[in-house]
Each structure stands twice: as C-alpha cells, then as structure tokens.
Write a protein that binds this ligand. Sequence first.
Ligand code: 5AD
Ligand code: SF4
Length: 465
Amino acid sequence: MTETMQAPRGAGAKKRLFVQSWGCQMNVYDSHRMADVLAPLGYAPVSSPEGADMVILNTCHIREKATEKLFSELGRLRALKEARRAEGGRMILAVAGCVAQAEGAEITARAPYVDLVLGPQSYHRLPELLARVSRAAGAVIETEFPPEDKFDHLPEASAPQGVTAFLTIQEGCDKFCAFCVVPYTRGAEYSRPAAAVLAEARRLVAGGAREVTLLGQNVNAWHGEGPEGRAWNLARLLAALAEIPGLARLRYTTSHPRDMDAALIAAHRDIPAVMPFLHLPVQSGSDRVLAAMNRGHKAEDYLRLVDALRQARPDIALSTDIIAGHPGETEADHQATLRLIERVGFAQAFSFKYSARPGTPAAAAPGQVEEAVKDRRLAEIQALLRAQQAAFNASKAGQEVEVLFTGPGRHPGQLAGRSPWLQPVHATGPTGLIGAVRRVRITAAHPNSLAGELIHPPDQEKHAA
Ligand code: 5AD
Ligand code: SF4
C-alpha cells in the first residue's frame, strides 16, 4: 500500500512538502503528524515531488523488498533533487519510518544525496533535525529511541481527517514473533494515556469524524493511564470514547489473540458503537508453526476466541493475516492452516509469502521453504480466502445494512460509504448525507464491494432524518 498526503492545504505557504507513505495506517497517521510538525516552519503538503522543498519517504519494512523499493524511489528523486539544484533551489530528502530505523547509516552510504534519516520515535524532533541538516556537511541520522514520549512533543493534530479518522493509541511491540521486525523498528510497547486519546478523539469529531479507528501495532495490548490515575484497558477506553457525542463508530486495529481479553470481547456485545468487525491475525493454523513463530497460543485457542466473539456479537465478521511458508512449515502444517481458515470463515484477510527480515530469529532458522512451494501454498490460501470474502459479501445481498457515507462515489449522484463490516458500499444519494449513517438495501454484491439503495430515498430524507 502506498499513499500520498492530501494536497494542498495551507495554500500560499512558502515551502512545498511531499510525503509518501508506504505500509500500514500507522505510517499514514505518522505522515500527517510530520506535516503538522513542519507546518509552523512554513511547509505545506503538495501532491507530487516535482519542485518540492522537502520530500519525506515514510517507509515500511514489514514485508518483501522494502529496501529495494526505497532505493529505486530514491534514485528517481535524486534526478528531481539535482534538477532543483540546477534551478538554484534545494530539495531536502528525508527517509523516515521502519526502513530508516532498521537501515540507518546504510541508507546514506548507498544514497549519499539523502539529507536526513529518522526513525519513527523522532518525528517530533523534525524542526531541530532540519536545522541540523542546514548546518551539516553530510547527512543527519537519527535512529535513537529517545526517552521522552514523542506524543507529548508532537503538536495537536491540526488538519481534519474527514468522516473516517485514525488515531494512534499504542506503538511498539514486546511480542517478538520470530518473523517480525516491528519490535526492532518500533521499539517497546507504549500506550498513550486515556486523557490524551480522548482529547484527540474529541478534536477529530469536532473536525467532522464520525468513525474513529484506534491504531497500534498491538492495539489490544493498550493499557493506558486513566484520568483518575488508575490503569485502563482497551474495553474501558472504548466505553469512554463511545460517550463522545457525534462519534458513531469505533474500530481498532491490529490485535493479537493473546490480548483479546474477556472485557474486550464483552465490549463488542455491550457498546453499540464498537463495530462488528475485527482484524485478528492468526498467521498459521498449525501448532508447530505457531510455536516456531513464538505466537504464544495454539490453533484451538484462536478458534475458542472466535467462538466467544461470535457468542458476544453474533454478526461479528473476522479478518486475519496469514503467512505462507514460514521456516519449518511442512505440507501438513499448511493443510492445518487451510483447515483453520475453513473453520473460521473470514470476511476478509491479508496473506503473505514468508520473507526473511534480516536480524529476526526466523531469518536464521533451519527449514527455510523453497520459493516455488511458498508460491503454491500462498495461492491455495488466497483462493480459499477469496472465496470466503465473496461468500461473505454475497450474504449481504437483499439485506438492509447501516452505511456511514464517507464521500462522493465514482459516478455522478453516487455516494460511497462503509458497512459495519468495513465493506465499501455505493448508493445513489445527495452529498448532504456525507457523514451520516443511513439504512441501505443491498442490491448487488461484488467481490470487493456492495451496491445498494437508500431505504429512504433523497426526497423523503427530510422526514427520515
Ligand atoms: N514475512 C511475511 N509476512 C510478514 N508479516 C510480518 N512479517 C512478515 C514476514 N517476515 C505479516 C504478518 C503481519 C502482517 C502485518 O505482515 O502476517 O501480521
Ligand atoms: Fe510483529 Fe508479532 Fe508484534 Fe505483530 S505481535 S507487531 S507480528 S512481533
């Protein structure tokens, strides 16, 4: 996934900032926060790197070829940077995110035209780092884990995010899954205090958000300080967020099965704003592989969790992550994964071919699986998951579902929105409904989206409101 920031905001600003985000929603969130930090210095986001005064590549290291992707993009930017210099200007080139954290000085060794390399814990220090860039002869590299909390030092999020907004409540991970770089690139688990989260959520709602998705690498491990000084769990935080007037929907991602406690399961039953959709990565259906991955639970534990969630909230839909061909995975292990997928029935899923991340235990483990075998296993997993997603979408045909309208659709007169289960839904309706939740009858189910019609057509909208 790549994403560039919305542009331009703050038209008339002197300096042009282009931020490119790869990877997870947390990176997208971080990119916005970097823009917020740089706004007082006169930087305003633009939508392309041509002629920019500063380019930040916010990188993701989680899967394959992250480093190669970065260097090929840097090569392209080098030409733009040189063109800028030929015109007498300067383009500051910065690499942020998890590849920056993992590779550090390697980046400037291979690409000496990079001015700044900064890890995810240093974004609040961008102004100071930029001042150092302007003074320094060579590149500035900042990949420490500073002791102060970056959230305390970042300015309040300024630009409204729209109807659906993201809010990072937790960062880092202490789980050390054998295949994963996150504990190394994002550092130890950290939870923001409840008061800070609630304040940011209120600001987002004031800016037009109706749905807030709480983000964290291990979001359900969140255990922040509550306003009265006692520790809160995520269930308690969701209950407090649900009280914010105007906030219609709450989601959280990404969760770990080990932190899915009874209170959080009950929150899906008791808090109507908590949407009946959960992304809960299982990675594998084999106990042998789960142990090799250091996941800390068995396949049966996951299935029990799914049962408990479905008992609490019968219409809950599940999403997951699966890795095909983790070191040590046999054909029998792969079959166990397919069986687990069949037993759960996922509404949506992400599946990946295992790829070694240097420095992680799995990268050096025996029993690396051949590429062709990984390809075949992944194809089998994806065929099954695709069929499950299509079946889930088809099950909504003819039903009435509540849709939060998020913006105009692709065709004139059309609106785009989301079902409670995160499915994109299109329906004809007036733009005045953007930001509203309305009942929609689903008329057609496609593999990745739904089409429907408003139960109360536009001319009756006044009476329905
Ligand atoms: N190889 C393949 N997939 C990986 N993921 C994380 N690390 C790797 C890796 N080395 C996947 C996991 C995780 C998702 C975000 O990315 O499934 O849940
Ligand atoms: Fe990585 Fe595992 Fe932590 Fe998820 S729980 S971020 S996969 S180490």
